[in-house]
Design a binder for this molecule. Structure first.
Ligand code: SAH
Ligand code: MG
Length: 992
């Protein structure tokens, strides 16, 4: 015999069901009697049994501490254990008769412990914590059946415990404890319900964490299913000999009446009066076609809030509703309330709950389910209300439309980024991580961990390996801890020319693995990425970003089978456990249909263009105007740009504008997809100080409501068809793309590394023993030379930047002390001085290098340097590198598709460059010098190819002295005192 439980759906919602035409999983409660072979103990074993297959990670190993009585109580009762400390003054025996000074009474502490159904008091102790442990011990001893329960107690044990726990609530003792359920009992004992003191199951489910945890142990799926939790509570109550349950609703009450004293005491301790309060909640209709709307709950002292919610949900009373777990912040009381679904019901001693694809279809509330990560059915109410530990009276807070949409958005992989940049309509999750200094907003690592948190996954596990040598692999495990100091020294001051300290050696090939695990430690996804020539923290962030981008792709293409995305992943170093992904995200994805709910059937932008034939639709936008004079400063690929931006909602033909979002200053890196593509396409057509205005189609209604913020409610009634978004933006400033940022982005290995390799080759070919680096900067060349086996014994650096030299000294000193003994280097010196000034300290070296320096001087100074270098310093070999200007268009090519080839001359690579030469100019300079000083010169370069236009990115001249014997006569060593020695010694190291 089957009977229906209530009728949560009105006819309207049933019609909606047929409109949506979707088939959702449904639930059945089977009568045990009808199927005698199945008993409660044979609950289908959770299919997701805990698999501990991940033991090697030290961060994850589980230690079992010594279990104190307090811990036992905590495991058993969680936050419903209430400790109260009372001060007691001990009478001090006055051991000294006649002493007039009054002796201070000693203060001791006694602890009262209230548990559901039990209260105990400890002996006095001098320390509070001893009193607490003592009280806990007494409680453990009194309740003999309390055993330290570990989290891996079996479903059978948990079933028993659940019965005890529920029974415990219905005791006289419980009513004198403090627990959020007491509020519900207070109502129940005053209310005129069918049975005295009956409590709706939704009250228990919404108040007691422990009950929910036990349900999860009994069946894993209870985690995502409030109906299952309520069924389990109901079953447990039926098993208890002390409790009664109703046939027509989720009610539980106590068989034996309460003592009159208990009732009197409950009635006398009135909690703070609430009066009459209006609280804002939201109605989330089951049908996607209906909008989420504000709903006012008029709560008062004589109106039980659960009954009120039931009434709003069109069901009889609080026994007909279910409640989700807390949505959002754990500390709030924000929960979803929904009608008990329409399920077959049978009268029997036990129930077995099972999910089937059977005959009863339920309406899954997609939005509510997505929000809570639980199965929510029918029309739902989202309200922040409830009895809590925080206050003695009903806790409540308003829930706004905007906060609801923000919560929804925070769950999608790119949502948190947009929210934290406070630019919903402007920003996008960048597709590239090019370093901390270019990144704006929370780091990729933080974003990924927020995403995992939102989806109840474990913190991502990063492991970084650097393949120094095959034998020794350093291993770092990075979990949620803040990044190491490497991140902090990311950008130490550095002078304006400085290209940063680069790790140019072979050891810096980092490999980063990222693992995403479910709560049950099942591997969902693993990314393994090799990155060269980057800092460790960079490698972590770029790996985190790639994983996040995979999720983003997954969430945005729900119609694409996981398998397809998995092969997409593997092409990018990501291995996906298809089955586990599906298991973890099925709920989210089945409910994400709402994201596709864009009102784009017919683009308003297209109809706008039909009415304005002079306007061109390009890149998903129509440019309205560009104002202001061209300043000549254009944002380039890789530039950090700062814009001001305002976005308004406009209706075609209506002069009224509705401003949604505005940013006075918004910084991003051009070319990384950090903004919507229309903005990127627009700004690359602008120069600093220019303003542009364009319109685009509107995104989804949800996104607009988030952007509108707290004013969103005015937009609720507004139909959004024929609406456009109007962007007004101004380019405020552009930070130059750093030379090395471009070099790193375009070349692998980076240009600087290639220059080092070039130098190493010439050093070894010529068996040079002494080297001077002209314009050594922060010592990147000298430092990385030390990583290579060379013939060098003495290295010297000269520069006019003290800052650079200080850094060089630190870096080289550290490297030398590390490798001392293993290196051929016996002597290293750094001088402060200009390389256009002769100094005998650097006369007659085997090899001189001058990498990317001459372009930092005026052209005549560059010639002066050439003359002094070849005429006075006279190294056997001189290697000079400088940018090839002809290569710049390739480096500076904009990402924007619309960018027309500008006829304006190309910019230099670095704002400090005084010139950048073409190949012809450089060759002219070099050939002239070599002829004058008895050298011959060869041209080469790095980045690109010699015979492919436009040649190398960095052009190099290698000068060789024609005769080893003849130094120019006028510079032949004179008397010691005649020699010029203007250079200042900055640092010296010698290994004697
Ligand atoms: N060679 C280094 C640094 C290049 S940046 C590298 O490849 O990484 C250019 C350097 O030239 C700066 O450190 C700057 O201080 C230095 N420099 C510019 N004019 C100089 C001069 N007249 N004498 C010495 N160094 C100079
Ligand atoms: Mg330079």
């Amino acid at each position: 015999m089957r009977k229906r439980w209530g009728d949560p759906f009105n006819t309207a919602s049933i019609t909606n069901k047929s409109i949506s035409g979707k088939h959702f999983p449904c639930f059945e409660i089977f009568e045990i009697g009808a199927n005698p072979s199945v008993s409660v103990e044979e609950f289908p074993q959770p299919s997701e049994t805990v698999i501990m297959e991940y033991p090697e990670q030290p961060g994850l190993s589980i230690k079992r501490p010594v279990i104190t009585p307090k811990a036992v109580i905590h495991q058993k009762f969680g936050s419903s254990a209430n400790y109260r400390i009372e001060e007691v003054k001990e009478d001090v025996e006055n051991g000294c008769p006649g002493l007039t000074i009054p002796q201070q009474a000693k203060i001791l502490y006694r602890c009262h412990l209230d548990l559901p159904g039990l209260s105990v008091t400890s002996e006095p102790f001098s320390r509070k914590k001893d009193a607490e442990q003592s009280a806990a011990r007494i409680a453990v001893e009194k309740q003999l059946h309390i055993q330290p329960s570990t989290s891996d107690s079996t479903p059978e044990e948990a079933s028993k415990e659940l019965v005890e726990r529920i029974s415990g609530f219905f005791t006289d003792g419980f009513l004198s404890s403090s627990h959020p359920l007491i509020g519900h009992f207070g109502v129940a004992l005053k209310a005129n319900r069918e049975h005295f003191g009956m409590i709706p199951i939704s009250a228990i489910a919404s108040c007691d964490v422990k009950v929910n945890n036990l349900c999860k142990i009994i069946i894993c799926k209870a985690e995502s299913d409030p109906l299952l939790v309520s069924s389990l509570i109901f079953n447990a109550a039926r098993k208890s000999s002390e409790l009664c349950t109703a046939d027509d609703g989720l009610w539980i009450w106590k068989k034996v009446p309460y003592s009159p004293e208990t009732i009197a005491s409950v009635n006398s301790c009135d909690s703070d009066s609430l009066g009459f309060t209006k609280i804002q909640s939201l109605h989330i209709p089951c049908s996607i076609e209906e909008n989420v709307e504000p709903l006012t709950l008029d709560v008062s002292d004589d109106n039980y809030y659960l009954d009120l919610i039931a009434q709003k949900l069109n069901v009889r009373d609080s026994s007909q509703i279910l409640v989700s777990r807390t949505v959002g912040k754990a500390s709030s009381e924000l929960k979803l309330y929904f009608p008990l679904p329409h399920v077959p019901y049978c009268e029997a001693s036990s129930y077995l709950y099972r999910r089937t694809r059977g005959n009863v279809e339920l309406m899954l509330n997609q939005r509510a389910s997505y929000l809570s990560g639980q199965y929510i059915y029918g029309n739902a109410i989202l309200a922040n209300i409830g009895y809590s530990w925080k206050t003695t009276s009903l806790y409540h807070e308003n829930v706004s439309i905007c906060s609801y949409y923000r919560m929804l958005l925070a769950k999608v992989p790119d949502g948190y980024y947009k929210l934290s940049r406070e630019a919903i309509l402007v920003s996008e999750l960048p597709t590239e991580y090019t370093g901390r200094s270019n990144w704006r907003g929370p780091t990729p690592k933080d974003l990924l961990s927020a995403f995992c948190h939102q989806h109840r996954l474990l913190e991502p596990v990063f492991s970084v390996t650097s393949n120094d040598t095959e034998s020794s692999v350093s291993h770092t495990l990075v979990t949620s801890s803040p990044l190491s100091s490497t991140e902090v020294i990311d950008k130490i001051g550095g002078d304006r020319l400085d290209v940063g300290h680069r790790n140019l050696d072979n050891s810096d090939i980092f490999r980063c693995k990222v693992k995403i695990l479910s709560r049950k430690m099942q591997l969902i996804l693993e990314g393994s990425f090799a990155d060269t020539n980057r800092k460790e923290s960079d490698v972590i962030h770029s790996s985190a970003l790639r994983v996040l981008l995979w999720f983003d792709k997954y969430f945005k293409q729900l119609d694409i089978p996981v398998e397809t995305l998995s092969s997409f992943g593997s092409a990018h170093g990501i291995t996906v456990s298809v089955e586990n992904v599906r298991k973890e995200f099925s709920l989210y994805l089945s409910t994400l249909g709402l994201k596709q709910n864009y009102c784009l059937e017919n683009s308003s932008l297209e109809s706008f263009c039909k009415n304005h034939p002079d306007r061109k639709l390009e890149n998903g936008m129509v440019m309205l105007s560009i104002d202001g004079l061209e300043s000549g400063i254009f944002p380039l690929h890789g530039s950090l740009i700062c814009i001001g931006c305002a976005v308004a909602l406009v209706k075609i033909g209506d002069p009224e504008k509705y401003y949604l979002e505005s940013k006075d200053e918004f910084e991003f890196e051009v070319g990384t997809g950090a903004v919507i593509y229309q903005i990127e396409a627009c700004v690359t057509q602008l120069s600093v100080n220019q303003t542009a205005q364009f319109v685009t189609d509107i995104p989804s209604r949800d996104v607009i409501l988030v952007a509108a913020g707290e004013t969103a409610k005015h937009l609720l009634e507004m139909p959004l068809h024929n609406c456009l978004l109007e962007y007004t933006l101004k380019v405020l400033r552009v930070a130059e793309p750093l030379e090395d940022r471009m070099e790193q982005a375009f070349f692998n290995p980076s240009l600087s590394k290639q220059r080092v390799m070039f130098a190493v080759k010439h050093i070894n070919e010529s068996s040079a023993a002494t080297l001077v680096d002209f314009g050594c900067g922060s010592g990147s060349l000298l430092d990385s030379l030390l990583d290579h086996a060379t013939s060098l014994e003495k290295i010297v650096g000269v520069d006019i930047s003290r800052k650079g030299l200080t850094r060089a000294a630190k870096i080289i000193h550290q490297k030398l002390s590390q490798i001392s003994g293993m290196s051929s280097i016996k002597h290293a010196v750094l001088y402060y001085g200009s390389i256009t000034v002769p100094d005998s300290h650097v006369f007659g070296f085997d090899i001189g290098t001058c990498l990317e320096v001459i372009e930092h001087m005026d052209e005549d100074q560059a010639s002066l340097f050439g003359n002094i270098a070849l005429g006075t310093f006279c190294p056997r070999i001189l290697i000079v590198s400088t940018p090839n200007y002809e290569y710049n268009p390739i480096l500076q090519r904009s990402a924007a598709p619309t960018m027309e080839e500008k006829t304006t001359p190309c910019k230099f690579r670095n704002h400090d460059h005084r010139f950048e030469w073409t190949r012809e100019q450089f060759e002219h300079w070099a050939i002239d010098l070599s002829a004058r000083h008895n050298y011959h010169v060869e041209f080469s370069g790095v980045g690109g190819l010699a015979d492919v236009e436009p040649g190398f990115a960095s052009q190099i001249a290698v000068f060789r002295r024609n005769s080893n014997l003849c130094l120019p006569a006028e510079e032949k060593p004179k008397m010691e005192e005649d020699l010029p020695r203007p250079y200042e010694l900055i640092w010296e190291w010698s290994n004697s």
